[in-house]
Design a protein around this ligand. Sequence first.
Ligand code: G6P
Length: 510
Amino acid sequence: MGRGRSVILCGMPGIEPYLRRMLQGWQTIVVANRPPIDVHLGEGGVDRITRGGGGLVTAMASLARSSNSTWIGAARGEADHALIETAGEDGTVEVTTEDHETFRVVFVEPNPEAYDLYYNQISNPLLWFIQHYLWDLGREPILDSATGRAWREGYVRVNQDFADKVVQVAARSSLRPLVMTQDYHLYLLPAMVRARLPEARLQHFIHIPWPTPQYWKVIPRHMRDGILTGLLGNDVVGLQTSLDVRNFLMTCEENLGLGVDHRQRIVFYEGRSVWVRAYPISIDVAGMAKMAASPAVRQEEELIAAWRPELLILRVDRTDLSKNIVRGFLAYERLLEAHPELRGRVVFWALLQRSRQNVDAYRSYLGALVAATARVNRRFQTGTWLPIRLEVADNLHRAVAAYKNYDALLVNPIYDGMNLVAKEGVVCNERDGVLVLSENAGSYEELGQHALGINPFDIDETAEALHTALTMAKRYRANRSRQLRQTVRRNDITRWISNQLQDLNDLLAQ
Ligand code: G6P
């Protein structure tokens, strides 16, 4: 396949010339289960298009916009199918969101039963659970022949569908493909694509933690070996933190018996060297500031001003078990028990986005957190004060307005790849709010020093940290929030992208 020079760039000011230079001659293809957009239907068809949820979309949206890449994602329902109707002849849909972000999307349309097995049986209840250490191993998981079927007829098949689409999209251009695959849904794809597009460069970024070799042994050998050999089809495997990189190298060594260079961070596989690198993901600080100043966010702030108490604790999360929402409420209950003087003066606002409701564990978790909220509210509420304000909604403008207004931001995941809420919160906040941060969030490596660190399992320690946050002297708060802001600004999404492209460039130069 010949090389051309036609990457058109738009988006973040400052990074475009750099990206243009780095990506010259390449056709960039982002592959992720989730498309970058959520499509909302009205009576006459497609009504609104907003940016999709979750950390992956938040981060990759910047790259996709800036590099004019094609984003291959799964069609997940009626609304996506309605949008596909508007696609051009080659199946590409060009969309602009409410916030004026433009994307080129190509949808994969897997068989619904296969998709259900891939997403609701393997990716989320199995791989997500392993990679966040979510199981109570004495009781779960219970694996049986249905697991093997879900793997073969769901995970393998949908990975193949995505790989086929990558090959099709690559064939449309004379540029050499640069395939940037995302996350745990698509671990098998790189080897499949390499077999058919040997000229492609392949990079995979894993947004979630990489656990120890022993923990991977919970799942059958053919599955865990398939995951590694699929990933080793890449030229570069990117992870969030240096700990994830060490775990990945050890997993290749221990579980597959491969040769590994721990100092150079290389796995030797089938005569190739696969680079394994840490790229701590971040946010588009300029884009965030722009949104924070937008009329839509200001309007949301007026609504907040009408009810906000003297002190506001905030959390913004998907309703995911790894986010540790219930323990957050238990810690708040301890806070109100131990500090009656705070009653009536503080509200804990949980702004949550419904997530993965076709998976049993997620459905019951949502039930559990609603029940915990009701119990704490019943225990402490008065005629004029509701201690927890629980909102299950998907409203980015409201979340940004909330970021601007918190006094304490609680980010207490059990384990988390990075956690972009922590980064978004600290750059938007205007009240010198304090960040209470789990030491098991990837972002702790960068932000821990200026946050109040907690063990996420310890609710007394979390309650104590919330109290310290709410009562800290202004000058200390101001100092901490300045340091946090500077840290995120220095390491924003531009750096995340450029570090990856720099490595790819070095690799290409070899
Ligand atoms: C995390 C994962 C992403 C995922 C997102 C939202 O950020 O790393 O891969 O897209 O959660 O989850 P969902 O299942 O709704 O796509």
